[in-house]
Design a protein around this ligand. Structure first.
Ligand SMILES: *[C@@H]1O[C@H](CO)[C@@H](O)[C@H](O)[C@H]1NC(C)=O
Ligand SMILES: *[C@@H]1O[C@H](CO)[C@@H](O)[C@H](O)[C@H]1NC(C)=O
Length: 386
């Protein structure tokens, strides 16, 4: 009898490991294997089934945000056609989750009430945080078992108080909507396109809530949200929130989707803070944010190449010739097309040809000019500076 006991104990201990451990191909040193359990898409709470992704009111990081190692491939078969795209989205999903998680950890219900926001603001932020955790799980599951599923980096967001946090929230949500409409052009698999639309719709709900409840604004953004075709360029601009060198070293480069591979990073563009305003009909001054990555405008004494400010709003594209000959001494100024409605966002790039019809024609990255609520970008800028 006695001799049976150790054997039974041993089996009880072994069973959970045998069920949990996913097959591994070359798990590098230093990783516990905890994250490998997530290679199994039915492990843990399932988005669409579990209310952890809706009604979890804790401040601790919810699943799968509490498991931060990359998930290594478990198969050697060829990767899925859209793996690169989903890896980029997972990296962006981590960034969004961490933004909300930081808000949940840093503020309380009272902080938002003191800032004149509705009492339930904190709960909504927790709920959006939970949705973002669900996005991480969905994106992990979209990547085939043959590709790595990236883990989070460390992030630094320019908010200082509840209001600047909510301002950045509004800008991030509307940027992700514009990003996803463009990204829908890239998947090879039709089901991936639908999955992107499904996620974009959730961002739209978050945005409508913010406009109505936080800013007392009209929740609608006009008959169409803005379609900007170079989605990865928007993603590229979010990389400024990543603390340099903080990503797991096995993560793929971010963003790494094929449309950016081997291409030089475009100079980041913004409307300078002394621009008249960002609304249609006002003059904006361009600012090139990275001193080490400034645009170059081709010009000789005789011939000046014509460049354009290309504005995207809704499904429209408007190109306006700009004066670059005196730059950088003379700043580049242009009027936001008067014909646009004051709704949603306007995206602008500088391009070497009207319409910016190819990625090669882009001279700068995109600047996002928020129309609703007016002046929010300035709120954020002042909060981030002080
Ligand atoms: C995946 O996880 C589920 C639930 O944890 C388990 O029942 C199933 O056996 C696992 N599948 C594999 C292939 O490990
Ligand atoms: C992560 O959170 C889930 C619940 O949301 C919990 O069941 C799990 O034990 C946690 N895992 C770790 C490693 O903290």
């Amino acid at each position: 009898m006695i001799s049976h006991r150790p054997a039974l104990l041993c089996c009880l201990l072994l069973v959970p490991f045998a069920v949990d451990a996913a097959p591994q191909i070359g798990l590098p040193r230093g990783y516990s294997g905890e994250a490998q359990k997530l290679a199994n898409s039915t492990y843990g709470p399932i988005p669409g089934e579990s209310n952890v992704y809706n009604y979890y009111w804790g401040t601790d990081r919810p699943f799968p945000g509490n498991i931060t190692d990359p998930i290594f491939p478990t198969e050697k078969s060829p990767p899925g056609a859209d793996d690169g795209l989903w890896q980029d989205l997972l990296a962006a999903g981590w960034l969004m989750f961490e933004f909300y998680q930081q808000g949940v950890e840093r503020f309380t219900e009272r902080d938002f009430v003191k800032a004149d926001m509705p009492k339930h603001t904190y709960r909504r932020i927790q709920e959006i945080r939970n949705n973002a955790a669900g996005h991480i799980r969905i994106f992990q599951n979209q990547i085939s078992p043959s590709s790595i599923k990236p883990g989070p980096c460390k992030y630094s967001f320019p908010f200082k108080d509840p209001v600047s946090f909510l301002a950045l929230l509004t800008i991030l949500e509307i940027s992700s909507m514009t990003f996803l409409t463009g990204l829908a052009q890239q998947p090879f698999i039709s089901a991936s396109r639908s999955a992107l639309v499904a996620i974009a719709e959730v961002e739209a709900r978050h945005e409508a809530w913010a406009l109505m409840d936080l800013w007392d604004e009209d929740p609608f953004g006009g008959p169409s949200d803005t379609l900007f075709p170079y989605a990865n360029e928007i993603l590229e601009s979010t990389a400024t929130f990543i603390v340099s060198g903080s990503c797991p070293k096995e993560n793929p480069k971010f963003p790494q989707h094929h449309s950016l591979q081997g291409k030089k990073k475009l100079p980041p563009l913004a409307a300078a803070k002394d621009s008249e305003s960002l609304i249609p009909g006002s003059i904006i001054t361009f600012e090139f944010l990275d001193p080490k990555n400034q645009p170059s405008f081709l010009a000789s004494r005789r011939v000046t190449t014509q460049y354009y400010a290309v504005f995207f709003h809704g499904t429209l594209t408007v190109s306006i010739p700009i004066e670059t000959a005196g730059w950088p001494e003379k700043r580049i100024r242009v009027m936001v097309p008067e014909s646009f409605e004051t709704k949603g966002v306007v995206v602008v790039v500088i391009a070497g040809s009207p319409g910016a019809e190819t990625r090669e024609s882009l001279v700068t990255g995109p600047a996002i000019l928020l129309q609703q609520p007016r002046g929010l970008e300035q709120v954020l800028w002042h909060a981030g500076k002080e």
